[in-house]
Design a protein around this ligand. Structure first.
Ligand SMILES: Nc1ncnc2c1ncn2[C@@H]1O[C@H](COP(=O)(O)OP(=O)(O)O)[C@@H](O)[C@H]1O
Ligand SMILES: [Mg+2]
Length: 308
């Protein structure tokens, strides 16, 4: 049984207009999205800004209104927010944010930031709490003296570690990581990705790893979902997506990965221009009415693409 199953998820926001504030249309932030995540595995959710990635994550956490569809966690239906709040689900699924500057309360010491979820869910003595916080700090590679400091005393990469320590405090099964390294310098990104992988192994965590950059998630994800215009345009294993990207949108994201090897720069520039040309000239081969995304179709046992 998968850890998390999302079936035909829809998050639509009403657009209101006129003096009566009547509904005149919908913003379809997420439209008919289906996927599952196995325990201990990572699903990458990749697409440009505005494609519906964060809303998908928020719907799973109960932070966005679900218009239609179903969410199951360990086989239990938690679509309904009342049921979600009563179940162990609230401890089992946590979030790590992109914005390491505003997601930590600047007036609280690190000890209080990390201990907050523990105080909400577990009755620990002060000594037990301090011990747990020290353990959590050491898991994310910080020393125990960090506990008495404030967030501003740390670098961006260290703050992200504090955010992760807080997210894993209740021993969750799933972490929704929404662009967790996008605000960090390139050199720090690799470090953060590495320790996220280490923690994953140590704690048996599953990740929904959200990113706009296919280069960043390459070594993190067993499976990838490529999202555009609130729908999945392609879904597959790492091998499927990086070795045989099929939808023009996926190929465009692959072509946008920055070059590390200077010898390949000319070749890649040429490919980038070709893909950009196909994206504008042959849109009707890939999109319904030029923007609508087709339903996914299986092209192999593991690989699905939204094609006519
Ligand atoms: N609360 C909201 N009300 C109305 N529209 C929203 C709301 N939240 C997100 N949207 C819209 O839904 C779309 C998807 O947003 P989002 O999930 O944040 O995309 P991403 O994370 O991929 O950048 C965007 O067009 C955004 O403007
Ligand atoms: Mg987002």
């Amino acid at each position: 049984m998968p850890l998390l199953e999302v079936k035909n998820l829809r998050v639509w926001y009403p657009i209101r207009g006129g003096i009566l504030g009547r509904r005149i249309g919908w913003v379809k932030a997420v439209d008919d999205v289906t996927f599952s995540i196995e325990a201990g595995q990572t699903l990458g959710l990749v697409g440009e800004s505005g494609s519906g990635k964060s809303t998908t994550g928020k719907a799973i956490l109960g932070l966005a209104h679900i218009s239609a569809g179903q969410i199951l966690f360990e086989g239990n239906d938690i679509t309904d927010s009342a049921r979600r709040n009563r179940s162990p689900y609230r401890k089992s699924v946590q979030m790590v944010f992109q914005d390491v500057y505003s997601s930590l309360n600047p007036r609280k010491r690190v000890l209080d930031i990390i201990a907050e979820p523990l105080r909400n869910f577990e009755k620990l003595t002060k000594a037990e709490e301090k011990k747990r916080v020290d353990e959590l700090l050491s898991i994310v590679g910080l020393t125990s003296d960090a506990a008495v400091k404030y967030p501003f005393e740390f670098s961006g990469g260290q703050r992200q570690r504090i955010g992760v320590a807080r997210a894993i405090a209740l021993k969750p099964r799933l972490i929704i990581a929404d662009e967790p390294v996008s605000a960090l310098d390139l050199s720090v990104q690799a470090q953060v990705l590495n320790y996220l992988k280490d923690i994953q192994k140590e704690l048996g965590l599953a990740y929904l790893f959200i990113s706009h950059d296919l280069g960043v998630v390459r070594h993190m994800c067993e499976h990838l979902a490529i999202m555009h215009n609130s729908r999945f345009v392609e879904f597959g294993t790492r091998e499927d997506i990086y070795s045989s990207p099929t939808h023009i949108y996926t190929r465009r994201l692959i072509a946008a990965i920055p070059d590390i090897d200077p010898l390949k720069r000319d070749e890649n520039n040429r490919r980038r221009i070709e893909v950009a040309k196909e994206y504008t000239d042959r849109r009707e081969d890939y999109y319904l009415d030029s923007t609508g995304v087709y339903d996914l179709k299986k092209i192999s046992a593991t690989h699905m693409v939204a094609l006519p």
